[in-house]
Design a protein around this ligand. Structure first.
Ligand code: HEC
Ligand code: HEC
Length: 269
């Protein structure tokens, strides 16, 4: 009994308890965090459309019209499809902020779940290109040499031979393709944003798009795979923040306790 209470009073015991508590917070969070990619059944789909409609009326309707019919400040979104929304909002182009020759990429302000809801709503206005699945855009096993040929004949005139981009007329430009994700590469080809022509599956089949994606990734080296920052298994910014919270704060508390314990000892002696 005496031994146990002595051990309890050991300054490190407090640290262990605190670390356990912090780790438990993290574990609970991970267990209850919303799952991003649950396969949507019909009710989930209509719910997504409803949520998307709400987000749309706050963030998009002023330029694209209350029913997506378009205004003088933005084009109609009827029939642009979920892929176009996923690309435009997922690369931070939308919501646009000011008029100009070309809407630039910005920090993405919606979560992927919200982007999916916006996309579901816009897709409900009229059929268009559908957001590709990973099976469609994942370039694993694709033919890089063939992709290079396709890239040189279809893309290089604007994006340059290795995808570093280039200026077009009237202040417009084809952006660099470095760091663009396979999904956004696929969607750009599907939807042809702005001055870019579209390459629908009828003229450029899925496999050719995969070959091109593999080529772009090869010339960009590893950069295209890594969105930057500490990867932590790609848990995302919220979880990474939590990681910093649990371990960073835990470490600070440990230091504080160590200092306190040593000051106490110093006083006693
Ligand atoms: C300030 C006005 C403005 C706001 C706000 C805005 N957009 Fe846009 N949007 C535009 C303009 C202008 C274009 C045409 C861009 C271009 O040609 O470069 C556009 C283009 C698009 C396109 C591409 C259409 C196509 O033909 O493929 C999509 C999709 C889109 N917007 C979705 C959205 C969504 C979703 C939101 C809300 C999250 C939003 N926009 C908010 C002005 C706006
Ligand atoms: C006629 C010129 C032109 C051709 C040809 C062209 N693009 Fe583009 N591309 C553009 C322009 C312009 C944009 C920017 C659109 C915008 O910002 O709204 C763009 C944007 C993109 C983006 C988005 C990049 C980002 O930063 O988010 C990708 C990916 C892309 N193009 C891939 C391709 C691929 C792959 C091909 C060949 C299959 C191709 N493009 C052919 C002009 C072109």
């Amino acid at each position: 009994m005496k031994k146990l209470s002595a051990r309890r009073r050991h300054p490190l015991a407090a640290v262990v308890v605190l670390l356990l508590a912090l780790a438990a917070t993290g574990g609970l969070y991970a267990a209850f965090a919303p799952a991003g990619t649950a396969k949507a059944d019909e009710t989930a789909q209509s719910l997504a459309i409803e949520e998307g409609k709400k987000l749309y009326s706050v963030g998009c309707a002023s330029c694209h019209g209350t029913g997506g019919q378009g205004t003088t400040d933005g084009p109609s979104l009827v029939g642009v499809g979920s892929a176009s929304v996923d690309f435009q909002v997922g690369t931070g182009r939308m919501p646009a902020q000011q008029p100009g020759a070309q809407v630039p990429k910005k920090k993405v302000i919606y979560s992927q779940a919200e982007i999916d809801q916006l996309a579901a709503y816009v897709a409900s206005l009229g059929a268009g290109p559908i957001t590709p699945t990973e099976a469609q855009y994942n370039p694993a096993g694709a033919d890089i040499a063939k992709g290079g040929e396709l890239f040189r004949s279809n893309c290089a005139q604007c994006h340059n031979f290795t995808g570093e981009g280039g200026a077009l007329s009237n202040g417009k430009y084809a952006p660099s393709l470095e760091g663009v994700s396979p999904k956004h590469l696929y969607e750009a080809m599907q939807t042809g944003p702005q001055n870019m022509p579209s390459f629908p599956d009828t003229t450029m089949p899925e496999q050719e798009k995969k070959d091109i994606i593999a080529y772009v990734q090869a010339v960009n080296g590893e950069k295209a795979d890594n969105p930057g920052g500490l990867s932590l298994g790609g848990l995302g910014p919220v979880s990474e923040g939590l990681f910093a919270w649990v371990f960073g704060l835990g470490a600070l508390i440990a230091v504080a306790i160590w200092v306190a314990a040593h000051t106490a000892k110093a006083k006693k002696s």
